[in-house]
Design a protein around this ligand. Structure first.
Ligand code: 5RP
Length: 220
């Protein structure tokens, strides 16, 4: 049984009629969105706030009504995946390159729920390279500043060209030995000129939905 499908679909249970729902990006929340599509077809009324072009396209295909961030008074709930979740429910996100919009939507939501298969659960963050979104202007210089923090850096490429986010920026994937002080690192990185934001989501997740080895739901 697909673990991402199990946790992704479980999150749909949190959605109630009339809610404004932040729709995350990635292969786990894909299953949440598919389930919401089926529920909308069956009569559920929601408005989705997509965190990426990819998610917006999927939601449109499923006839989930969408709105812009600035068109709604509040977001009731945001649901998204993660690349790593530590024991304090701090996250690394941005494997799919959507971290900036994902953080904006998660922060604005009254409740932020993370869907994570067991492979994402870690004691300490850092085995997954931390995505940092940077503006293209001076990107090499920005990368040098990040490297000075003792991280190994790699400009994300697709087909030999810099990967471009939905915001027209680049992603630098950064391997730090182990991220023991995520809040500190998040602030230090965001203070570097050229950095738009990074994939550390500290103290933002309200609940994490995962499963145990017997595929039973675990709510953290
Ligand atoms: C995209 C993300 C995703 O939520 C994260 O990469 C997890 O993806 P997946 O569910 O495909 O494993 O942060 O920017």
């Amino acid at each position: 049984m697909n673990e991402k499908k199990i946790v992704g679909e479980l999150a749909a249970d949190f959605i109630e009629d009339g809610m404004v729902v932040g729709l995350g990006t990635g292969s786990t929340v894909y299953f949440t969105i598919m389930k919401l599509g089926a529920l909308v077809e069956a009569g559920l009324s929601i408005q989705g706030i997509p965190t990426s072009v990819q998610t917006a396209e999927l939601a449109k295909k499923l006839h989930i009504p969408l709105a812009n961030m600035d068109e709604v008074k509040k977001i009731d709930i945001a649901i998204d995946g993660a690349d790593e979740v530590d024991s304090h429910l701090n996250l690394i996100k941005g494997g799919g390159g959507a971290l900036v919009r994902e953080k904006i939507v998660a922060k604005a939501a009254e409740k932020f729920i993370v869907v994570a298969d067991p492979s994402k659960m870690v004691k300490t963050l850092g085995a997954f390279p931390l995505p940092v979104e940077v503006v293209p202007f001076g990107a090499m210089q920005t990368e040098n500043y990040i490297r000075e923090l003792q991280g190994e850096t790699k400009l994300r490429l697709t087909n030999g060209k810099p990967f471009q986010t939905d915001n027209g920026n680049f992603i630098i994937d950064c391997s730090f030995p182990s991220i023991t002080k995520p809040q500190e690192l998040e602030c230090i990185l965001n203070n570097i000129p050229g950095v738009v934001d990074n994939g550390l989501f500290v103290g933002m997740a309200d609940r994490v939905i995962t499963i145990d080895t017997g595929h039973k739901p675990v709510l953290l």
